[in-house]
Design a protein. Structure first.
Length: 171
């Protein structure tokens, strides 16, 4: 059963919530600070995540995202399980909504079978946390789960997972 949780945390609460929560082994971290970007498998990184401006930890099970606002962290969790105390349960907001999944291509094409993805328009190298190496010139898709109302308008969305797919050169 999916839950929607929210909390405005002080930095010390934010760090404690991250440490006390159980994250699946396939969880990924995407976070931004003023001078750094992380996109890698998540491990207990709560000490330095207190220095981030925004980020998310996600897996097929759920996503915790945060943004630093007014000397605290605005945290939202959407998915199965998730952190418990002191987050407020707002799951009733999901009633009447329908979940569906969309996929978006990330930048870059895999170089051979290495974990290096090169964006061709403005040359830039990426290292995505994708370790399948199925396609020599493959691409990466980000799976996003959306909760839509009866009119088909997305009300909530969360990152779900990454998937390697065939590139244009792989017929």
């Amino acid at each position: 059963m999916n839950r929607l949780l929210s909390y405005q945390a002080l930095p010390e609460d934010f760090s404690r919530i991250l440490k006390d929560s159980e994250w699946p082994e396939d969880s990924l971290l995407m976070a931004f600070s003023i001078n750094r970007f992380w996109f890698e498998p998540y491990k207990d990184q709560s000490d330095y995540l207190v220095q981030t401006e925004q980020g998310r930890i996600f897996s097929p099970r759920g996503e915790l995202k945060w943004r630093y606002v007014n000397q605290g962290y605005r945290m939202v969790y959407l998915g199965e399980g998730g952190p418990s105390e002191p987050m407020e349960d707002l799951s009733y907001e999901l009633q009447g909504l329908t979940a569906s999944t969309r996929a978006f291509f990330l930048w870059g094409v895999r170089t051979d079978f290495e974990n290096e993805w090169i964006e061709q328009q403005v040359p830039h190298r990426f290292e995505y946390p994708v370790y399948t190496a199925e396609y020599s010139r493959g691409r990466v898709k980000l799976q996003v789960q959306e909760w839509k109302n009866r009119a088909g308008v997305p009300c909530f969305a969360r990152y779900h997972s990454l998937q390697e797919v065939k590139g244009e050169d792989n017929a």
